[in-house]
Design a protein around this ligand. Structure first.
Ligand code: GCW
Length: 649
């Protein structure tokens, strides 16, 4: 497609397959997709593809269709084989060969099977159909308009959506929710009279094994159905949902299900009727069950009308307090979707204590690929290491978050109609990494990054280019953390749009995101002994580790404790000196990354190079602003000078 970046699927990645003889066995729409891929590659590079037996270099075989997604890969007697017993498995096996490139046709390889760890690997789009007066087309979107919606309707030309589905399949994603969880009036109607538009999008994604999901408003029976109530236990309400859902399946037979944000930040929910969130979720689960769909019910429920003077209310506690008492009450096809941290996608948060605390509930863990709080795709911030830490975290010291996420892994999408997909071309690495980690939460994110570099800039990007990209991206999350809010305290952003520093931006706000800095110290006391009790929501050993400032890891200290500026960290620095040092270091690291990028000018195509170079200018400006605001704020509060005598504005 013209003008659209091929991202990790440049033509050249298909050359190793395109010059060879491929045999494809099996039938069905996804086999046709694979056939089309191989045929296209052969047209470009001269090889051949057939469905008859003979002598081949590559055999792609679908044997049965049991709905599984794994595949067996092997090579022997000069032939590479992929065998799958489910159609998606064949598709993923094909892209596995693409990823391997020439290697797939070299030495004999042991047969190995590949299986996704989690059955649902999903992207949630916070896209509005109509441009919202405050949030724009894509809420927290930093990559232009929506891929799906334009001028208040589904795009007529869905070629780009198809290309998107292809990119997603190539990194293992199998589900997409196509509209914002904040469901406004226009978007609400996607469920009913506008379902045809959703069906068109689903049609463009289906050839790549992607199921379509829809965010719906809990108030739909009232706002769309004209009923007097949306009470989940009211029979007429239940009947309305059952009918509406049946109509959705008539339009989209493989529809994935609903995503619901209820009783959260002003969205309607079951509380208005004195019902529990299990009642609400189960009503929708019942409507979806006959059709094989699921409801993704979000656990992001908290009081956003807080009084900052009331130190017993703690937003971090909210999800656990609301949902743990409901463990065991949710239907099998109700998935509780939990943000990975207890707050809201900050650069550093502890893992949500809810994950691991609801063994009788299917949980999905939600990450945020869109960089709302991590530089809004103007800053380089590769989130692979953060996500990997989260997914490998042992909630009770052993069982990992990745394993607890039986209901799937979800990320808020970071793409739009930008020619580079993600605004910042290097933010494509986040999308790719999410897909690969969702497939295998134990994968080494650095290998995933190398893979992304090799595919996107390769094959065989010169060692200089690969090393340069690695050095720019690898530590970029920690760099971002250094120049923004320190030691896990979070926020300190400008209210509303959340870009750029404002140390007290949310300090006296009803949203409940505080740092409590005064002239003696900073941080939120969330201990059981003297604070909000949040630390006690963890299983051991974490409840003990977080309870005391002596055992709490440095990077989370201010999330869990209010300490003096002179408090000594495990690193051997005082809190105040840590703040100064990291802020100077963070800016220096951005300067170095910008230089490194400049040095790659002859190795990267001009448009991509220029786009990233321009974003680096803004990142550096912004990092300096963060450094100066944070350092001067804490210098003024504490009165403690920088021991290295640097200028603090
Ligand atoms: O962090 C907040 C965002 C909102 C978002 C909300 C959520 C879709 O600022 O824009 O709303 O999270 O996750 O529901």
């Amino acid at each position: 497609m013209q003008g659209v970046d091929p991202a990790w699927l440049p033509d050249v990645a298909f050359r190793p397959i395109g010059i060879r003889r491929t045999l494809i066995r099996g039938s069905g729409p996804l086999v046709d997709t694979v056939h089309g891929e191989v045929a296209g590659a052969c047209e470009r590079f001269g090889g051949s593809v057939s469905r008859e037996s003979g002598s081949y270099d590559l055999v792609l075989e679908l044997d049965g269709d049991d709905g599984s997604e794994g595949f067996v890969y092997g090579r022997g007697d000069g032939c590479t084989t992929v065998t799958a017993s489910g159609a998606r498995g064949l598709l993923y096996g094909f892209f596995h060969v693409v990823r391997l490139g020439e290697t797939a046709f070299l030495d004999d390889a042991r047969r190995a099977s590949y299986q996704p760890e989690s059955a649902l690997r999903m992207l949630d789009h916070w896209d509005n159909v109509a441009v919202h007066p405050v949030m724009g087309q894509v809420e927290r979107g930093y990559a232009g308009g929506s891929l799906f919606w334009e001028d208040g309707r589904a795009r007529g030309d869905l070629e780009r959506v198809r290309a998107y589905g292809r990119l997603l399949a190539a990194c293992g994603i199998n589900a997409v929710a196509v509209n914002n969880v904040n469901v406004h009036a226009t978007e609400a109607r996607l469920l009913t009279d506008r379902i045809g538009e959703v069906a068109d999008i689903a049609g463009a994604l289906r050839p790549y094994g992607i199921r379509t999901h829809l965010s719906v408003t809990f108030a739909a029976p009232v706002v769309l159905g004209g009923l007097a109530s949306a009470d989940p236990l009211d029979e007429s309400v239940r009947a309305w949902w059952a009918e509406a859902t049946a109509r959705v399946y008539t339009a989209i037979p493989d529809f994935g299900g609903f995503v619901v944000k209820a009783d959260s930040e002003g969205q309607p929910g079951p509380f208005a009727y004195g019902r529990s969130h299990a009642d609400g979720a189960n009503m929708l689960a019942a409507a979806l069950a006959p059709h094989g769909g699921s409801v993704h019910w979000r656990a992001f429920v908290y009081n956003h009308h807080q009084d900052w003077r009331n130190r017993s209310t703690d937003r971090a506690r909210a999800a656990y307090d609301h949902f743990v008492p409901l463990d065991g009450e949710f239907a099998d096809n109700a998935v509780l979707q939990v943000k990975h941290g207890p707050m809201d996608f900050q650069v550093r948060e502890p893992v949500s204590p809810l994950i691991g605390a609801m063994p009788g509930t299917r949980l999905a863990v939600e990450l945020q690929a869109t960089q709302e709080y991590t530089g809004q795709q103007r800053h380089v911030c590769w989130l692979g290491p953060m996500w990997s830490e989260v997914l490998r975290f042992g909630t009770d010291g052993e069982s990992s978050v990745g394993a607890s996420a039986r209901g799937g892994l979800v990320a808020v999408a970071n793409v739009g109609d930008d020619p580079f997909w993600t605004g910042h071309p290097l933010a494509q690495a986040n999308l790719y990494t999410f897909g690969r980690l969702a497939w295998d939460p134990n994968a080494d994110p650095h290998h995933v990054l190398d893979e992304w570099i090799r595919l996107t800039f390769g094959p065989g990007p010169g060692p200089g280019l690969a090393a340069g990209l690695r050095s720019i991206l690898d530590g970029s999350w920690r760099t971002y953390e250094k120049y923004t809010a320190p030691l896990g305290v979070g926020f300190m952003v400008q209210p509303g749009h959340h870009y750029g520093p404002s140390v007290d931006g949310y300090e006296y706000s009803p949203w409940g995101t505080y740092h409590f800095a005064d002239r003696d110290g900073v941080g939120v006391d969330r201990s059981v002994a003297t604070g909000t009790g949040y630390a006690g929501q963890y299983a051991k050993p974490w409840a003990d580790v977080y309870e005391s400032p002596l055992s709490c890891p440095d990077e989370l200290l201010l999330f869990f404790h209010h300490v003096s500026y002179g408090h000594m960290l495990h690193s051997g620095k005082t809190v105040i000196q840590h703040i100064y040092d990291t802020h100077f270091e963070g800016v220096a690291e951005v300067e170095a990354a910008r230089e490194r990028w400049a040095s790659l000018v002859d190795l990267v195509e001009p448009a991509r190079h220029a786009r990233v170079a321009e974003r680096f200018e803004e990142q550096l400006r912004s990092a300096r602003e963060w450094r100066d605001q944070v350092n001067s704020y804490f210098f003024r509060k504490s009165g403690v000078a920088d021991e290295r005598g640097r200028t603090i504005y």
